[in-house]
Design a protein around this ligand. Sequence first.
Ligand code: ZN
Length: 162
Amino acid sequence: MKCPYCNNSDTKVIDSRPVEDGLAIRRRRECEKCKKRFTTFEKIENSLLVVVKNDGRRESFDRNKLINGLLKACEKTKITYEDVEKIAERIERALNNTMEKEIESKMIGALIMDELRNLDQVAYVRFASVYHKFTDVNTFVQEVNRLQEKDRVRPEERNEEK
Ligand SMILES: [Zn+2]
């Protein structure tokens, strides 16, 4: 980072603090040469993230795509657009926090599942059915069974049906 006063390239960081909920960093720097101080603002660039799809193809991470996928899953549920944006933000932050430049699409799917599981069962199952179509059918069946188990009537009631 060059000094804006004397153009010297040796500057040292004297303070750095996360801003915008950890999505950006503000740094206070001092020029080694003229000793003047200045502030820099570093923001995470989304295009740094590359998503590796199941077939091995790579594409840059696209937040809108994530939001659209979420909206589709959350259609006609109690989940609002605002919720969806928040989920997308959390997922993006989690991805950035991994410090990996390449993210497997599987991992994004798993993060979405975690978010939806706690929020809305309909959206969760809907997303899971689309998501697992491209990964693993068995896992999806297990998940649905697990959900049904939770809703299932108590054992003594079931016995009466026999
Ligand atoms: Zn300077």
